[in-house]
Design a protein around this ligand. Structure first.
Ligand code: 4NP
Length: 154
């Protein structure tokens, strides 16, 4: 089972989701059974480390994102991954346009799928510190529900 998180830049929201899910998979004893990755729809941050504000907010909650590097989503991803979860509706529209007709990967809006209080993880890039905390709150909550789904699918 392979899960891909997608946002715009791949330096704030989707790397956070990647690290949070990995952490929760480890806690659930499912490490190694599920592959997790993240990518951005944009190409501005390819090869770059996550945003410094993302790194420090995540670190305060015990998640280490320092080894992650930005990459752009590619057509191959629709064959490599089983479940592709978009951080916001604009990312999902982008993915729908990119998706090859024969692709079998399931695509969804991350928060909506897991009935979080919002449908979109708000883009924290141009905002203040609290935006990065909200990203973590929403992602942690939806990841708990995602883990339950993954356990049921294994
Ligand atoms: P992300 O945040 O999509 O959560 O990684 C952003 C990062 C960079 C930009 C926008 C959003 N940007 O415009 O460079």
């Amino acid at each position: 089972m392979r899960v891909l998180f997608v946002c715009l830049g791949n330096i704030c929201r989707s790397p956070t989701a990647e690290a949070v899910l990995r952490h929760k998979l480890r806690e659930a004893g499912l490490e190694g059974r599920i592959e997790v990755d993240s990518a951005g729809t944009g190409d501005w941050h390819i090869g770059k480390a996550p945003d410094a504000r993302t790194l420090s907010a995540a670190k305060r909650r015990g998640y280490d994102l320092s080894a992650l590097r930005g990459r752009q989503v590619a057509v191959d991803d629709f064959a490599r991954f089983d479940l592709i979860l978009a951080m916001d509706s604009s990312n999902l529209s982008h993915l729908q346009r990119l998706r090859p007709g024969a692709a079998v990967a399931e695509m969804d809006l991350f928060l909506r799928r897991y009935q979080a209080p919002l449908d979109d993880v708000p883009d924290p890039y141009y905002g203040g510190e609290e935006g990065f905390e909200q990203v973590l709150d929403l992602i942690e909550q939806a990841s708990d529900a995602l883990i339950l789904e993954l356990k049921g699918r294994l």
